[in-house]
Design a protein around this ligand. Structure first.
Ligand SMILES: [Zn+2]
Length: 337
């Protein structure tokens, strides 16, 4: 057995979007809005916990949230905009309040500044307008204008935006060049389904089938992890794919909590021991309904991550950290220390 060239890494990314991420979910509006307002406190609490525990996390933030008021936002609104066939997706018709106090669902400049000032936290992009790359009606020109706006509104805060998470994980390979030319070096690719992904050669078809059944009926298989040498795609972008979504706690699924923990721990251990990446993601508002249960699970995972740091050299890395290390290895680049 050889020592991995690169460390195992625990990557955490959060999609910070408030109402911009669920404008089209009209049926759940009222309850969801209360959760979103509460989730603002959890943004601070999560960032502070990460700083305290030396966790380097990526915050993929909707560009419009960088503003603290309508006046501050307006100069950044792009003139070329997506014209989605589904009109309800158009974010530019949203009625906005005056400022962050009056409209805490659409402005979050104070929270973005808090993230930027918190050690180890990477402020990244979730596009400017929660842009949908696979929806009919939009095109590359509108995406480029959106990404330029995201970069422009982050610039006064001195935030370079290196990493991006595309809304609804709508990865459109035709846009890879536009994303790279807009200044991004990495994105979070969609999560392969557990047990359905092509495995290494030694895994037989029978074993794969068994893994699928285990997922469905017993929940024994670990979420996928990713190898360092598979990250950079042929456009030069680094795909730091998701391993698992940290689903919100639900009392109805209480009986499954132990199993869920065990799977996440199995993913972390596999990454640590094999020198691979385990990438966990969620939204701050996923902690809104049951914050104590959410923070308890997160702390449980961070405790395990600390143990694996001692035993196997597992590291906490943001998406930006990962892409810097992966790209240093690509032809034409130079190896890191
Ligand atoms: Zn989103």
């Amino acid at each position: 057995m050889t020592t991995p060239r690169r460390p195992g890494a625990f990557v955490i990314s959060l999609d910070f979007e408030l109402h911009w991420g669920m404008r089209d979910h009209t049926d759940v509006q009222e309850a969801a809005e209360a959760d979103l307002v509460r989730s603002r406190d959890h943004v601070r609490r999560l960032a502070d916990l990460f700083a305290e525990r030396a966790v380097r996390a990526t915050w993929a933030t909707v560009g419009m949230l960088f503003a603290s008021s309508r006046r501050e936002l307006e100069p950044y609104l792009p003139t070329v905009r997506p014209r989605y066939d589904r009109a309800e997706l158009d974010p530019y018709v949203e009625v906005l309040g005056e400022d962050e106090d009056a409209d805490p669902l659409h402005f979050a400049g104070s929270l973005v500044r808090h993230l930027a000032a918190t050690p180890g936290q990477e402020v990244a992009s979730h596009t400017f307008s929660h842009y949908y790359c696979l929806e009919p009606g939009q095109d590359e020109e509108a995406l480029r204008a959106d990404l330029a706006a995201a970069r422009a509104i982050a610039a006064p805060l001195g935030l370079p935006l290196n990493s991006i998470v595309l809304p609804r994980n709508q990865w459109n390979p035709r846009y890879a060049r536009a994303i790279r030319e807009s200044g991004f070096s990495c994105y979070r690719g969609p999560q392969p389904s557990w047990g359905y992904r092509a495995q290494s050669n030694e895994t037989t078809t029978v074993a794969r089938r068994a893994a699928r059944l285990a997922d469905t009926y017993a929940g024994l298989s670990a979420p996928p992890t990713f190898a360092w040498d598979e990250l950079v795609d042929d456009t030069g972008l680094c795909n730091i794919a998701a391993s698992a979504f940290l689903r919100p706690y639900s009392p109805r699924r209480q009986a499954l909590e132990g199993r869920r923990r065990a799977r996440l721990i199995a993913g972390l251990r596999s990454a640590a021991r094999r020198g691979r990446l385990f990438h966990l993601w969620w939204h701050p508002h996923n902690f809104a309904r049951y914050p104590e249960e959410g923070f308890a699970l997160l702390n449980f995972l961070l405790d395990e991550s600390d143990r694996l740091a001692g035993s196997d050299g597992l590291r906490s890395m943001s998406m930006g950290d990962v892409s810097a290390m992966a790209l240093a290895d690509t032809p034409g680049g130079h190896s890191g220390p």
